[in-house]
Design a protein around this ligand. Structure first.
Ligand code: GTP
Ligand code: MG
Length: 195
């Protein structure tokens, strides 16, 4: 699906560090520990491309990856990590806002939601930010392997109800497990279709 190399390009800590805006860009946003880095590894088929970890707040920079010759994948720092120092949180919130609102080539934001938890108040903040910036976003449910199939419908209903209030939301929700591989091929196809 993606011709060309998959590589880590750079970690960015300020807007002036962003690479040239010359490709379609897809970002992954979500609460700390929701599984953003793991999903990027699963999508690219590379076990340790993005650093995944049990320690919340592991990803502290905007990490750019090339996916073939036409796309950048962007791993964003997680939000809603209660233990992080206030000054750090504020710095990242400013950068996140500036990035989401100001990146011309950002085609879609994937917002990751833990299948065990559904949409939380901190997620709503990001969804409102994306509405305001008119960035189309699509919800990707993570860690589906941790929820019994019979219990998934209820969470999905909660997520659908939340999305109905957001004009920038893309209606299709993708259920994934980076661990088991569910939904990964679907997500790859979606990304390949974003030009
Ligand atoms: P930050 O960088 O801190 O914001 O976290 P992150 O969103 O990048 O999460 P990360 O990918 O580092 O994953 C956090 C933890 O969840 C790790 O221990 C992963 O192994 C685990 N995890 C991620 N995806 C899955 C999944 O699909 N299934 C299961 N069972 N565990 C997962
Ligand atoms: Mg991470």
């Amino acid at each position: 699906l993606f011709a060309g190399p998959v590589e880590f390009l750079k970690g960015v800590v300020a807007m002036d560090g962003l690479p040239p805006a010359d490709r379609a860009e897809i970002c992954f946003a979500g609460r700390s520990n929701v599984g953003k880095s793991s999903l990027i590894n699963a999508l690219t088929g590379r076990k340790a491309l993005a650093r995944a970890s049990n320690t919340p707040g592991r990803t502290q920079e905007i990490n750019y990856f090339t996916l073939g010759e036409r796309h950048y994948l962007v791993d964003l720092p997680g939000y809603g990590y209660a233990e992080a120092p206030v000054a750090v949180v504020e710095k990242w919130q400013r950068l996140l806002k500036a990035y989401l609102a100001g990146r011309q080539t950002l085609r879609r934001a994937f917002v990751l939601i833990d299948t065990r938890h559904g949409v939380k108040a901190v997620d709503e903040e990001i969804l409102r930010l994306l509405d305001g910036a008119a960035v189309t976003f699509q919800v990707v449910m993570t860690k589906a392997d941790k929820v019994r199939e019979a219990d998934r419908a209820k969470v999905l209903d909660q997520v659908r109800a939340a999305l109905a209030r957001h004009p920038a939301a893309f209606p299709e929700i993708v259920l994934t497990s980076s661990e088991k591989g569910d939904g990964i091929a679907t997500l790859r196809a979606i990304i390949a279709g974003i030009g």
